[in-house]
Ligand binder design. Structure first.
Ligand code: ADP
Length: 480
């Protein structure tokens, strides 16, 4: 089976979030199922520079006003198709924002072009001798693909639309519609019209053959007004085509037995070695030495991530004899509040602002627990790293957090399946109670070690999820 995967970012070439990880990791995990994936991404400078051997495999005389080429290349086992159109992608900034942090004003054109190119490739003979059986698109940037397919040669090819975060929808004023090259009837409820605007994600959700999101719980949540961000009604009308498949993690990069970023390697049978990482962490964050648990937070500092709730419980953590280390950046006010807490509790709370991949590994290896109080979380990755590193997750009961962590309630503890702590309601009070439960468990070393061991045994690899994608694809083909 041949898949055309279409995305605005792919690890290891260009990454701003979990989307890139999924798009980068899934193709290899699908190979054992006999599925070959080609991944179409824009030819940003960061992408073109990293391609070694590239070959033009297709071309467009006029794609949104300019000629464009499709370059074929292989990198890290990924079979890439790179849409080379300098007028749209040869820019100094990131994939979406210019160097000053503003959205490119022509983002609608940049990503409509990507979507149109994908739809054309899915049709006949654009790439001689190759055509996908299924087109899989990710997030709003590629969501017009199924719409273009509907009005083009690939009308009968099934498509899958994956939503990584429904908060980002690609909504633009109606005045851009004529530029999209879609027939007038596409500006309607059945396609891209969205409260009088053009909605890219809306169009994709309306038109794709199947819809997925990155956890079963999030798939349920986005059917409600609270989480659906205006698209809950549409999704409810497509509920039989909607499913949730959790992400896996890159098990090579995140392996405590060979991680180059940590002070001492360890595994399930050698948890005691974590003490060396704890010491390194204490030094890095200038913490006083002591016996209590060290909690960590590695996160964007935003309302979504519940960082205001964290700020409300820091005094309790210290009062109960714990320590807290924070790595993150984001909202300036939240950053200020947490920095103030760190200076109020010098030696007990440490904070590093900014993005530091290596430090994030040491924090998972040296802390006892990771706190993730997100108000919504489509899947979440840091709790999965925590499981793998014996860093017990304390998570809000939402989305992928609810689906991947087994709460240490009495039944789960006695069945020896618990891997962390969940809390609800998602309030400071809820989080405070979960932290108290964690302190209690930590005071019983056997209970704590069991939580760590169960977590480390959890399967957080891509294997299971790839199996689900493979069976979704097969189902679509069987349906014809
Ligand atoms: P989201 O994509 O919503 O930010 P995820 O949990 O899905 O949340 O993924 C976040 C990823 O970014 C994880 O790999 C996490 O370790 C990493 N991360 C977040 N903040 C930082 C930071 N300040 N420094 C290093 N890594 C970070």
């Amino acid at each position: 089976m041949n898949i055309l995967s279409v995305a605005s970012e792919v690890y290891p070439l260009v990454k701003t979030g979990g989307l890139a990880d999924v798009v980068g990791a899934l193709p290899a995990a699908l190979v054992p199922h006999g599925i070959r994936t080609r991944t179409l991404v824009p030819g940003y400078p960061a992408v073109l520079q990293k391609l070694k051997k590239k070959k033009k495999v297709a071309g467009f005389d006029n794609l949104f006003g300019h000629p464009a080429s499709v370059l074929g290349a292989e990198i890290d086992g990924l079979d890439l198709l790179v849409l080379d159109q300098p007028a749209l992608y040869a820019r100094d900034g990131g994939p979406y924002l210019d160097a000053t942090g503003r959205d490119y004003p022509d983002n609608f054109r940049r990503f409509a072009a990507l979507s149109l190119a994908a739809a054309e490739i899915a049709g006949d003979n654009v790439i001689p001798g190759w055509k996908p059986d299924i087109v899989h698109v990710h997030d709003w940037q590629t969501a017009l693909t199924p719409v273009y397919m509907h009005f083009g040669a690939a009308r009968d090819t099934p498509s899958v639309m994956t939503v990584h975060n429904i908060a980002f929808q690609g909504q633009f004023g109606a005045s851009i519609f004529p530029e999209l090259g879609l027939p007038p009837e596409a500006f309607s409820m059945q396609f891209v019209e969205y409260y009088g605007d053009v909605g890219f994600l809306k169009g994709g959700l309306q038109t794709a053959t199947a819809i997925t999101t990155v956890s079963p719980s999030y798939a349920q949540e986005i059917l409600t007004p609270e989480f659906g961000m205006g698209l809950d009604g549409l999704l409810a009308s497509r509920v039989t085509d909607l499913s949730g498949i959790v992400n896996g993690i890159d098990a090579d990069t995140w392996d405590p037995q060979k991680d180059p970023h940590i002070a001492r390697h360890f595994g399930n049978g050698t948890l005691k070695q974590r003490a060396v990482n704890r010491k390194a962490l204490e030094e890095r964050f200038a913490l006083e030495k002591g016996k209590g648990p060290i909690f960590c937070v590695v996160s964007r500092l935003t309302w979504q991530k519940g960082m205001d709730l964290l700020a409300e419980v820091v005094d309790d953590i210290v009062a109960l004899g714990g320590k807290l280390v924070i790595l993150g950046s984001g909202d300036a006010a939240l950053e200020g509040t947490l920095l103030a807490a760190a200076s109020r509790h010098r030696g007990h709370i440490g904070m590093v602002t900014g993005y530091d991949e290596a430090l994030s590994h040491l924090m998972q290896a040296g802390s006892d627990a990771i706190i993730i109080p997100s108000r919504f979380e489509p899947c979440g990755l840091t709790q999965l790293y925590g499981l793998r590193y014996g860093c017990v997750p304390i998570v809000a009961r939402t989305g992928g957090l609810a689906d991947t962590i087994i709460d240490a309630n009495e039944a789960a503890l006695s069945a020896k399946v618990a891997t962390g702590f969940q809390f609800a309601p998602i309030t400071a009070g809820g989080l405070r109670l979960a932290i108290r439960r964690a302190f209690r468990a930590y005071s019983e070393p056997k209970v704590w070690a069991r939580l760590q061991n169960q977590g480390m045994k959890s399967d957080v690899s891509w294997a299971k999820s790839a199996e689900r994608y493979a069976s979704l694809y097969s189902g679509l083909l069987a349906k014809g």
